[in-house]
Write a protein of this length. Structure first.
Lengths: 516, 435
């Protein structure tokens, strides 16, 4: 059964962003699917989230002082990003920053200067210039988050956190076979651009020698330890004394004097007999897996790779064009995206889980936006701690290959941690960071419905808010039974509040809310 | 989804008490044909009775100050390289002579472990590591967790064992980690879900207010007992929720079967002792748990190492000894094997800060009633030619022992399975377990 227009729009908002409040779906439906897609894609039309003055101030602290508060810094940074994801007017931008953080996974666990992880996050937003170390909104020339991938590889390779994380700052000229440290060159091929094998043809994309040769081209890439005006290393530096000027043998070509040769070879690399590039397929696979479903069909991957390659005359290597293909109805890829197979077939990561629930529960119907949130609130602290229990600490992925997504998020530990997190969120008083359900009760008319014992209506209304699908008859029955069941020790005047909180808790803990 | 059919039946028919023996058919399939004789000898202890407790020493334990050379070239070089950190010979607790004729002994704070050693309950495996040692905590721990020196595997060696031996995995408590909220990679499997139980007391569904708890849990169960849908992901999440519910019930009701013995005191100031007491509680509950995982951190002793390292060794040996005593009391000692590991040893040469830096090989302990006590292998040679040039840590020499030999021995001789598929090859077996 094909999705109807309402389902399509709700699906699009959930995936290209974090959630679909029924009011937002109504607004988007009035605007139309096509126009909604363009609004999401051209997010520059809408205001960006502001930087946090406290975070900016911390960047100027002397290192010894910073190190004493770096745990707080990371906490603050995480809350700032979560707050941005909940409140943003540019949901697709935040989703893409999260995508790059998972793909180019960098952890503070491997960093000496934790400030660099903030610069990397701004780099992924397009707001950092590695050549000057400056934060600019936006930084001219920075291709992130949806621009030219060929240039992204350059901005990624110059990123201070990345230069520290994968040791490329130590990579110096060695001999005509290899640089002194091949760690970054390896991950550049294996994890960041094409993968060991062609995603479709399943043939090796490169040889060990290609990696060794690429490591030569990446020698002499460093970070100025002390650039004027900065308290920690944040300016990219090219050191010709440490650099191996080639020529290099890389992916079947010989030549080059620097890493431009390597980046160019990577993005254009095609395996023999293959119409699509290896990188186009890899990114097509990763993007569709992130926004659509696991294990996309080869035709879907190839169609996205064609867009990457510019096979139809479009500008090559452009990520926004690939996203447009996924979301705009009327092509093979978007047919897969809006298919029944894709519908509610994505397991929410802990980030998606907490962001979606907070956005839905703090949504003010009067203003059409989440309301009453601040990045310094206890609520954001609850989110951050809850996510650690659920196994996802932003800025600290388990290793360079990022988090295992999809069903890997589901374990007995995650079931329990999500259940308990939802309980705490709804049990904690508003003053201590809990959710204010009073407004929600008022705006949804739940008080009257409860008093008139229209329990089925209450369940339906909250299912529409939280699940965006009608409850199954069994689920509806179980939830009505819960609302009717007497609870001991609860004052009559608190009963509606207690039962609505309990109902929301249950609805956040069951399978329907784990899926998007 | 055929795998879930049986569980469906169990869950729908309300039979929430699970039989431990369900996986044994599959288990026996994997028992090597060649191990017939081993099986006969081990008849007194069925495979389903065998339990492994893994003790991780997180941070890179200084093996040279744990098992200390007392005689020969190693002893004099040890004292020479460690002017401030060497343990005075008079304080070392001698345990015996290794294969190379070097007399070795324990750090003085390992007295409780030496008592167990004297009873033949401890095997000391010397110079354990792997070729081309990685000196990053992160990378080397992953190598030990996955048994893959390439560091490419995403599942752990014991996770692989669980998948292989328990393909239908009906018991949600086949393995339990008591090492924090994050599941150690060792136990990560493709199919078997292993709970990371931070602490048994906190492994519960929290609900507020208390007066509504029963209502909520009934609703939660009902919502997850819904008619099976053909939505595969939703089914998987639903089954994980039921598994969780069962594991919480089993654990919370099970541990009440454990009663503490006033004569056996787990030191509440010792985190490892607290964790091992919870292991004892789970084992006493007889829930069919086969693997338990605990961890003790702080071994990354780059500066001022003497006191903190001594404290850690004292915690380790005290916790292991009291746990063993409790196992004897509970009549479980025969069934439990303990294995310690640490991601690497430390450099021979002490650094300028009264500490030691990341090194290579180190000792492992195997502890239990069924252990064949003694010293296996040789103390690392500290001669200049046997150290990595410029790095000051022992080479992984031909006399060193690959950690996968320890794993292979546990898999083959304790769990009675073919280790080759799990470890990606055959490794020499060690004579450390009594049949």
């Amino acid at each position: 059964m094909p999705l109807d227009e309402y389902d399509k729009i709700a699906h699009l908002l959930r995936r290209a962003g974090f959630t679909a409040h029924p009011d937002e779906v109504d607004v988007a439906a009035a605007r139309g699917l096509q126009a909604t897609v363009e609004d999401l894609l051209n997010f520059e039309r809408f205001p960006d989230v502001p930087p946090d003055p406290e975070i900016l101030a911390a960047l100027d602290l002397p290192q010894s002082e910073f190190d004493q508060m770096r745990g707080n810094f990371l906490d603050k940074l995480t809350r700032w990003w979560l707050h941005a994801m909940v409140t943003t007017s540019r949901p697709l931008q935040e989703k893409m920053v999260l995508f790059w953080h998972g793909l180019f996974a960098t952890s503070v666990a491997g960093l000496e200067f934790w400030q660099q992880i903030y610069l990397q996050n701004e780099n992924f937003r397009g707001n950092f210039d590695p050549d000057t170390g400056q934060l600019l909104r936006p930084a001219p020339g920075n291709p992130f988050p949806v621009g030219n991938f060929r240039r992204m590889l350059e901005y990624l390779s110059k990123d201070p956190a990345m230069l520290y994380w994968l040791d490329n700052q130590f990579n110096v000229k060695k001999n005509s076979e290899v640089g002194s440290n091949e760690n970054y060159a390896r991950e550049l091929h294996e994890l960041f651009s094409m993968g060991v094998e062609d995603v479709v043809a399943k043939v090796p994309n490169y040889t060990e020698r290609d990696i060794r040769q690429a490591s030569r081209a990446l020698t002499g890439w460093r970070v100025f330890p002390r650039a004027t005006g900065f308290t920690f290393p944040r300016v990219f530096a090219f050191d010709p004394m440490r650099h191996d000027f080639g020529p290099y043998d890389h992916l079947g070509k010989r030549g080059g004097t620097n890493a431009d040769f390597i980046f160019e070879n990577i993005v254009r690399h095609r395996n023999p007999g293959q119409k699509q590039s290896a990188v186009g397929r890899f990114l097509g696979y990763r993007l569709f897996k992130f926004f659509g479903y696991e294990d996309p069909e080869p035709e879907v991957i190839n169609a996205l790779a064609d867009v990457f390659d510019g096979a139809n005359g479009e500008e090559p290597f452009n990520i926004r064009n690939m996203l447009r293909t996924i979301f705009t109805p009327g092509n093979l890829v978007s047919e897969a995206f809006y298919s029944e197979r894709a519908f509610r077939a994505h397991v929410k990561s802990p980030t998606e889980y907490v962001v979606s629930l907070v956005r839905l529960l703090t949504f003010d119907r009067a203003t059409g936006r989440p309301d009453g949130l601040s990045s310094s609130s206890n609520l954001m602290r609850l989110l951050r701690n809850g996510m650690i229990q659920m196994g996802q600490q932003l800025f600290a992925p388990p290793d360079v290959s990022g988090w295992r997504e999809g069903l890997a998020w589901i374990s007995t530990t995650s079931v329990l941690s999500r259940f308990n997190f939802a309980n705490d969120l709804l049990a904690v008083p508003v003053a201590q960071g809990g959710i204010d359900v009073t407004r929600l009760i008022a705006q949804m008319g739940l008080q009257e419905a409860m008093q008139q014992r229209r329990y089925g209506d209450v369940v339906d209304l909250l299912a529409r808010l939280l699940w965006q699908i009608p409850p199954s008859p069994d689920a509806r029955e179980a939830l009505i039974t819960y609302l009717q069941a007497p609870s001991t020790g609860v004052r009559e005047s608190d009963l509606v509040n207690v039962k609505i909180r309990g109902l929301i808790h249950l609805m956040l803990a069951v399978p329907d809310f784990q899926l998007s | 989804m055929t795998k879930t059919t049986r569980r469906e039946f169990i869950k729908k028919s309300g039979m929430t008490v699970l039989s431990v023996g369900l996986g044994s058919q599959a288990f026996w399939r994997h028992v090597r044909a060649a191990s017939e004789s081993v099986l006969t000898q081990a008849a007194a202890l069925s495979p389903a009775d065998r339990i492994l407790v893994v003790i991780q020493m997180d941070g890179g334990n200084d093996g040279l100050n744990t098992v200390i050379p007392v005689s020969g070239a190693a002893a004099s070089l040890y004292r020479q390289y460690r002017p401030t950190l060497a343990i005075p010979e008079a304080n070392v607790l001698p345990i015996g002579t290794d294969a190379a004729g070097t007399l070795v002994g324990f750090h003085p704070n390992l007295q409780p472990l030496q008592d167990l050693y004297a009873q033949g309950r401890v095997a000391v495996i010397q110079s354990v590591g792997y070729p081309n040692p990685n000196r990053s905590h992160f990378a080397s721990q992953d190598i030990w967790h996955t048994a893959d020196p390439e560091g490419r595997k995403r599942t752990g060696w014991l996770g692989d064992y669980l998948d292989l031996a328990f393909p239908s995995a009906e018991n949600p408590l086949l393995a339990v980690s008591l090492a924090g909220a994050r599941l150690p990679l060792t136990l990560r499997a493709e199919h078997v879900l292993v709970p990371a139980v931070g602490s048994v007391a906190n492994y519960q569904f929290r609900t507020q207010p208390p007066g509504d708890h029963q209502n909520k849990m009934q609703a939660f169960l009902a919502l997850n007992r819904e008619t099976a849908s053909d939505h595969v992901l939703r089914e998987q999440i639903r089954l994980a929720a039921l598994d969780t519910y069962e594991s919480v019930q089993m654990l919370q009701s099970g541990i009440q079967r454990y009663t503490a013995d006033p004569a056996i005191t787990y030191n509440s100031q010792n985190p490892l002792a607290r964790a091992l007491q919870q292991v004892a509680q789970i084992l006493a509950a007889n829930l069919g748990t086969r693997i338990l995982y605990v961890s003790i951190g702080g071994f990354d002793t780059h500066q001022g190492q003497a006191t903190p390292h001594a404290t850690l060794l004292s915690r380790l040996s005290e916790a292991v000894a009291v746990f063993y005593t409790d196992l004897v009391r509970l009549g479980l000692d025969d069934r439990v094997l303990m294995m310690t590991w640490s991601e690497f040893g430390r450099k021979v040469v002490e650094n300028g800060n009264g500490g030691t830096d990341h090194g290579t090989v180190g000792p492992q302990f195997l502890i239990g009633t069924r252990v064949k006590g003694g010293i296996v292998g040789e103390h690392p040679s500290l001669r200049a030619e046997d150290l990595n040039p410029g790095l000051g840590d022992p080479k992984f020499s031909a006399r060193a022992i690959d950690f996968r030999s320890t794993y292979a021995t546990i898999l083959e001789k304790w769990f009675l399975v073919d280790s080759r598929e799990i470890l990606g090859g055959a490794f020499e077996l060690l004579d450390i377990i009594r049949a």
